[in-house]
Write a protein that binds this ligand. Structure first.
Ligand code: HSE
Length: 436
């Protein structure tokens, strides 16, 4: 039997530092559980000077990833460098060299999952990517293995910690998006370039993986319509509260008979739903299944130590599989690539929902009739309405909730309403998730 499992890490940033800390602190516990020590023998990063607050033996930290990839004594490569260019190349090289891979890189897997998972399967190696969705929450293993004998109807949740932190702070303490984002950046809680997080791209990457795992299919990142939280205002948060909702950024996927509906956007969630109380940097994913029914997974979706936990868990599982001669025990997406279904992706325009609309209208007779006329012509019925004097003189803020309508009908109505002479600016539309 192998006397130790040897690990190389590429990318020594925040999560990498957490991995080093956890492997050191719990070294004995990890050795007991795996059966042999899990040794981090090399770390490659372009920055070999910065003090990360962890002590490393001489020669462990190197500036060249080749020293990890070309070392035949390294069994498992952890990729934490991020991005989809070099990271893709390195991961494919590691697989080709018969090494197992652990990664937290959802962008890489959302864009190149087909290629990478296929290569893993052909090479008979393993890939662990628990850290790619929900930080420390074990949602990948749950969908891939624990719930593998059930069928899932839908999954939805909060999968971006930065966005949830900003929306929670806007809701609980006030402040508009730009100011709260700037504060979060100053506190190190949002990236200097926050666009992947606040524009919904990160959530769409994660949803792509969750859809593949939950529904056993191939799914394309490009097929997820995504919208971020830049346009959310205090007005919308206040009106949501008045109507009995919390404003959250959701990733949603529903398995219909004829295909999959997937989307990422801000949404109003009933205040009594458990998701409405998931605040701060927490993530939460709800899975609706046939046998298990509804289950919810909550925890810290970002940050050094939570994410490092997921990486170390993957390392330990892969180390055990190696030692017991069962590498490739479970396919990357839970079932062999050849068995993945090809399910249709339903166009966003077909999605049915109820909606919140906020618009600015000149305060004069007959305007409301024109607006409700435009909705009526698109077959949309109004469920409730509020009118408030606006900050600007002569106009009012009109807030409406619709009954169920298709996105296509709603788009038609909105475009007609925005053409009305009395309507000022754009209509704000936010989906209400009444039936979560
Ligand atoms: N940037 C992500 C978030 C964490 O804010 O949730 C990594 O997936």
């Amino acid at each position: 039997m192998q006397r130790a499992v040897r690990v190389g890490l590429i990318g020594f940033g925040t999560i990498g530092t957490g991995v080093v800390k956890l492997l050191k602190k719990n070294r004995e516990q990890i050795r007991e559980r795996v059966g042999v020590p899990v040794d981090l023998v090399r770390i490659a990063d372009i920055d070999t000077k910065r003090d990360r607050g962890v002590r490393l033996a001489k020669g462990v930290l190197v500036g060249d990833a080749r020293k990890v990839l070309d070392d035949p004594s390294i069994d498992i490569v952890i990729e934490l460098m991020g991005g989809t260019g070099l990271a893709r190349r390195f991961v494919l090289e590691a697989i080709k060299a018969n090494k197992d891979v652990v990664t937290a890189n959802k962008a890489l897997l959302a864009h190149h999952g087909d290629e990478i998972f296929g290569a893993v399967e052909r090479a008979g190696v393993e890939i662990g990517y628990e850290a790619s969705v929900g930080g420390g929450i074990p949602i990948i293993r749950t969908l891939r293995e624990s719930l593998g004998g059930d069928r899932h109807h839908a999954l939805f949740g909060i999968v971006n910690g930065t966005t949830n932190y900003i929306l929670s702070k806007m809701s609980n303490q006030g402040g508009e998006f730009a100011d709260v984002l700037a504060e979060a950046q100053a506190d190190g809680l949002a990236e200097a370039d926050p666009s992947f997080d606040v524009d919904g791209v990160d959530a769409a990457h994660k949803l792509t993986l969750l859809v593949e795992l939950a529904f056993g299919c191939r799914f394309r990142f490009a097929d997820v319509p995504s919208e971020g939280i830049r346009r959310v205002t205090q007005d919308d948060i206040a009106f949501a509260r008045e109507f009995g909702y919390a404003l959250k950024h959701l990733a949603v996927a529903v398995r219909h008979k004829d295909g999959i509906e997937a989307r990422v956007h801000p949404a109003m969630v009933p205040q009594q739903h458990p998701l409405a109380r998931v605040d701060g940097a927490l993530n939460a994913i709800v899975v609706d299944s046939e046998a298990l029914e509804s289950s919810m997974y909550v925890g810290l979706g970002a940050g050094m130590m939570p994410t490092a936990t997921a990486v170390v868990g993957d390392l330990m599982e892969i180390a055990c599989n190696r030692l017991h001669g069962c590498r490739g025990r479970v396919a990357p997406l839970g079932l062999p690539t050849a068995k993945l279904r090809k399910l249709a992706t339903l166009p966003a325009s077909r999605a049915i929902g109820t909606y919140y609309m906020r618009l600015q209208v000149l305060d004069r007779p007959g305007e409301l009739a024109k607006i409700s006329g435009a909705l009526g012509r698109a077959g949309i019925s109004i469920a409730s309405m509020l009118q408030q004097p606006a900050k600007r003189r002569g106009s009012v803020t009109l807030v409406m909730r619709t009954h169920e309508a298709s996105q296509r009908s709603l788009d038609r109505a909105v475009s007609a309403i925005e053409k009305l002479q009395a309507v000022r600016g754009k209509v704000v539309v936010i989906r209400i998730e009444e039936n979560l």
